[in-house]
Design a protein around this ligand. Structure first.
Ligand code: ADP
Length: 479
């Protein structure tokens, strides 16, 4: 407590004030001719009361009364006027002391509250800037100093617009003026993301929320500023990591399909070899049958194109590219994905039915990512049917309100209840060599495209996976 800490100072000041009053009395007492001169002592007691509170005020009163007795001698009690004067003065001392005490406590309380508020303001992660109606900075927190590179002493009294880059710097006064005139709120109580400028001229994204307060006739605006640079770079990093993960999972899927793919490529290559050998034999014949040779060579070229097609699709699928949304036809998109995903399926005895509705509206999607979803679902379905004798796979797309509705239905083992509960969670797998990330990536991709993915049991046994993607509607064009 300040009142206790400075006890010597408080009583010392009271003694000094009483001493000064004594000196003054000493030099003036001959003019007063035996009358009390309590009026000289009142300022000393008042001073002691306001500096030290009740105790020092009473102490000063006592010293002044002693000094009074010293000058008045027997006049003090023989003259009733002096007695009344002294009695009033003796009562005034404690009264002033009580008032001084209260004032001291209040000012100490106010100082404590101010210090508490300041410590809170310094600790909050947001920078806090208070401006008046004309945009002049009244207060600039420590965080604001760190964020903008200006010190509070430099900023207080300056226009807040120095913290904004052009063209906002020139326009800010106009915004304040318009608000004063119309009362129309564009940012107060709403908050938005804006650009700030540091002292060195560099700019950064920041989130700004503004509150308004009326203090007497004045209006103050308090701005809470949060630096978004860090958050933005974290978000970018997360996106990079996610697209890396999505890419790695495509590579993994292809790795798992490597032997089927090798087989798929081997078939046209063997066919080409046979056709070319056939053509060579035909050429060796005595009378070369040109038409026959041409036909054999054409077939061989078809096979080469078929192999080239598989390689092209594979290359597109594993390419590491920036996500680039394109306008796609849902049916074509699904058929292309199925062509890659179904490599080797027929050899495993899977009967495939494609049910793609034609002339559906277009969708705007990252083609490779959506094909990745279809491929994941189709490969899972084929794997689920390895243990069952009925192997029927139905893949298709149709319309459901404003969405393209894709489905992959199998007649496999079905999803076990413990897996079903957390099906789309990462690292949930029932396979010995499974990673369990495929479905969680599918969900991330579909939801990022504004769709939903679900699974339910197939009527005749097995599982149906469904996902939706929004058609490009008029709103999407507008956006
Ligand atoms: P992984 O295939 O590596 O296990 P996924 O996330 O693709 O990872 O699948 C998670 C689990 O979901 C699988 O292990 C499997 O138990 C189950 N599952 C997925 N698709 C099907 C399906 N069509 N039929 C039955 N179970 C499935």
């Amino acid at each position: 407590m300040i009142l206790q800490r400075q006890i010597w100072l408080r009583y010392g000041s009271a003694a000094v004030a009483a001493g000064l009053a004594f000196v003054l009395s000493f030099s003036l007492h001959r003019y007063f001719e035996g009358r009390t001169f309590a009026v000289i002592y009142v300022p000393a007691v008042t001073y002691a009361a306001f500096v030290g509170g009740r105790g020092p005020a009473i102490f000063a009163t006592f010293l002044c009364l002693c000094s009074s007795a010293f000058f008045l001698e027997e006049d003090l009690y023989t003259n009733p006027a002096n007695l009344i004067d002294v009695a009033f003065f003796a009562a005034l001392g404690p009264i002033l002391g009580v008032i001084g005490n209260r004032l001291l406590r209040e000012s100490e309380g106010a100082r404590n509250r101010q210090a508490q508020l300041q410590s809170i303001l310094d600790a909050v992660p947001e920078a806090i800037i208070v401006i008046d109606e004309r945009g002049i900075v009244n207060s600039f927190s420590v965080t604001a100093e760190r964020l903008f590179g200006w010190s509070a002493s430099e900023m207080i009294g300056k226009n807040v617009s120095v913290l904004m880059p052009a063209p906002y710097r020139q326009e800010h006064d106009g915004y304040l003026q318009r608000y004063r005139k119309t009362g129309e709120r564009r940012i107060i109580g709403i908050g938005r993301i804006v650009v700030g400028e540091r002292k060195d001229g560099s700019t950064f994204p920041m989130e700004l929320a503004v509150g308004e307060a009326k203090v007497g006739a004045d209006r103050l605006f308090t701005g809470f500023v949060r630096d978004l640079t860090e958050r933005r770079s974290q978000e970018r990093r997360m996106q990079e990591l996610q697209s890396e993960l999505v890419h790695v999972s495509r590579l993994t899927a292809m790795g798992e399909m490597a032997s089927s793919l090798a087989h798929e490529l081997n078939q046209p290559l063997s066919a080409i070899t046979s056709y070319l050998r056939g053509a060579s034999t035909l050429l060796n014949a005595e009378k070369a049958d040109k038409d026959r040779i041409r036909e054999v060579l054409d077939r061989s070229a078809d096979q080469a194109l078929r192999a080239g097609d598989v390689i092209k699709r594979l290359r597109e699928f594993v390419a590491k590219g920036e996500t680039e949304p394109t306008i796609e036809d849902p049916a074509t998109l699904l058929e292309e994905a199925a062509a890659l995903a179904l490599v080797g399926a027929r050899e495993q005895g899977v009967r495939v039915a494609l049910r793609c509705e034609r002339d559906l509206p277009d969708i705007i999607v990252d083609k490779v990512q959506i094909q990745q979803v279809a491929l994941n679902l189709i490969r899972n379905a084929i794997e689920a049917m390895e243990a069952t004798s009925r192997r029927e796979l139905t893949i298709g797309v149709s319309r459901r309100d404003d969405f393209a509705f894709f489905f992959v239905a199998d007649t496999g083992t079905g999803i076990s209840p413990e897996i079903a509960r957390q099906l789309f969670q990462p690292f949930v797998t029932s396979k010995a060599s499974g990673m369990g990330v495929g479905l969680s990536i599918c969900r991330t991709i579909i939801e990022a495209h504004g769709g939903r993915i679900t699974a339910h049991a197939n009527d005749g046994g097995g599982t149906v996976f469904e996902f939706t993607l929004p058609f490009t509607g008029p709103e999407a064009d507008h956006e």
